[in-house]
Design a protein around this ligand. Structure first.
Ligand code: UDP
Length: 486
């Protein structure tokens, strides 16, 4: 048993505003605690409700893990109580700047917490660049935690460095991303069109990453090892890929069902529905936590799914107060009666659904967590990128790993502000669904490759697997730094 003096004490600081940043960091914090580390996760009141029960369960089973809950300064920045992340924001245009402002006001109390707790290491989301200076002041390492892929970092760096998008004459002409391990071509419409103020934030974040001690990646070597090597050489810091963390940590059903939103999952209709279906016969459709699709797009999806003839679970975000969605209620009723489809409003237990034997494919917006969860479940995918690095992930899925097909989304959309008019047509959706869920040879090959990748993910987190070895190396590295400091 390790003495208290030798035990590592680590503070985890997630990006409070996006559930998709918190979810994998909480998984990783729990992983550290399972390996004897004393862990504190900094969070805010409404965000804590999303995962506190799992932390309490871990603590009750003997792990040294707790949350440190801060009051989000909602009133001060003009936000209603309980709106502390993008997922609960009722208007992104109005609330995103206020949410950022609220988070920045928490810097002082967090710095004070660092001083009071004197941790051995800070694991920080990339969106808190200032923690690199806090760690330097305390004379401890800052590890940046990545919630996205090395593939997208490398692609982004390539675009910044070589500016290949400036060499073409139109927004739809393909250009090559030079210097990547695979031949990747994109159009200007697929390259993130980041507003200036956000670009400034990203420049600071990346600069802080290069000054960090190292980076923890929720990825695994067999998935994108060549890109991990390239990212390491681009940033010049140590990296440890230790994922998929969710697969490693969420072993019991309660953890899986409650992950990410403990209160929203009282209803188990989905489970009864899936239990009655044949293996691999259901398609799961979800677009993550950040972006609501337009009504015109939802209508096309409904028609495309119905015309495909395949069975589906479709997660549709809650409607806005004054929105009339009579057509969706009609559709819901119709597909329920024909037993073809199930619509989940709000939050779905995605991890459990993807792992269910009846699910045979996923339509994904290519958020890194959803992608990894699909990979872990061994599922082929229809890619439907919307914004951020999702178009890069589409390339990873369709051209590098070859485990999916693109629905044909052409243009990047911003989270708030500029909207494109692009609506993916019902015929394209129908075609992609028929292809992926059908009996063609090409789809069968994709399914096989996806299954193999799922097996590789499981091996990575098993004893002597790549992620498990990396994780142990990371812990030993931190222990040796601590003993040198002593
Ligand atoms: N998620 C979920 N249920 C939902 C929507 C999302 O469990 O109804 C989880 C999903 O499993 C994933 C995360 O939320 O872990 C979404 O992260 P991702 O990176 O895929 O997308 P983002 O929300 O950043 O667009």
């Amino acid at each position: 048993m390790e003495s208290q003096v030798d035990q590592l004490k680590v503070i985890f600081l997630p990006f409070f505003l996006a559930p998709s940043h918190q979810i994998p960091m909480v998984d990783t914090a729990r992983l550290f605690a399972m390996h004897g580390v004393n862990v504190t996760i900094v969070t805010t009141s409404a965000n804590a409700l999303l995962f506190q029960k799992s932390i309490d369960r871990d603590a009750n089973s003997g792990h040294q893990i707790k949350t440190h809950v801060l009051q989000f300064p909602s009133a001060q920045v003009g936000l209603p109580d309980d709106i502390e992340n993008f997922n609960t924001a009722t208007s992104l245009t109005d609330m995103v700047p206020k949410l950022f402002m609220g988070q920045s006001l928490l810097k002082k109390p967090i710095e004070q917490l660092f001083q009071d707790m004197q941790p051995d290491c800070i694991v920080s989301d990339i969106f808190h660049p200032w923690t690199v200076d806090s760690a330097a002041e305390l004379g401890i390492p800052r590890l940046v935690f990545h919630v996205t892929s090395c593939f997208s970092f490398c692609a982004e760096t390539c675009v910044e460095q070589y500016k290949p998008h400036l060499s073409v004459n139109s927004d739809t002409e393909l250009f090559l991303l030079p210097g990547l391990p695979n031949k990747i071509e994109m159009t200007r419409l697929q390259i993130p069109d980041i507003p200036d103020e956000f670009n400034q934030i990203m420049i600071l974040n990346k600069e802080a990453e290069r000054r960090s001690y190292g980076a923890i990646l929720n990825s695994f070597y067999e998935l994108e090892g060549a890109y991990e090597e390239l990212h390491k050489s681009n940033t010049g810091i140590k990296t440890w890929s230790v994922g998929p963390v969710s697969l490693w940590v969420n072993k019991d059903v309660t953890d899986k069902v409650e992950r990410g939103n403990e209160e929203a999952l009282k209803n188990h209709e989905w489970l009864h529905w899936l239990n009655a279906k044949e293996s691999n016969s259901v398609l799961y459709i979800s677009f993550g936590t950040l972006k609501k699709l337009s009504e015109a797009q939802l209508i096309e999806i409904a028609h495309g799914l119905e015309a495909s003839g395949h069975q589906f679970i479709w997660v549709v975000r809650q409607k806005d107060k004054d929105q009339d969605e009579g057509w969706l209620e009609e559709f819901d009723k119709r597909v329920k009666e024909s037993n073809k489809g199930l619509i989940i409003r709000g939050w779905a237990p995605q991890l459990m659904i993807l792992e269910h034997r009846s699910v045979g494919g996923q339509v994904t917006h290519c958020g890194w967590n959803s992608f990894l969860e699909g990979v872990t479940a061994g599922l082929p995918m229809i890619t439907w990128p919307i914004f951020a690095e999702q178009f890069y992930h589409e390339k990873l899925v369709t051209e590098v790993l070859k485990i999916g097909v693109a629905v044909g989304k052409k243009e990047w959309t911003t989270l708030s502000g500029k909207e494109t008019k692009e609506v993916v047509k019902r015929e394209d959706i129908e075609k992609a669904v028929k292809f992926l869920m059908g009996s063609g040879e090409e789809a069968a090959e994709m399914r096989n490759r996806a299954r193999e990748l799922g097996n590789a993910a499981r091996k990575a987190v098993e004893s002597s697997g790549s992620s498990q070895s990396n994780f142990m190396a990371l812990i030993n590295d931190q222990k040796s730094l601590k003993s040198k400091r002593k």
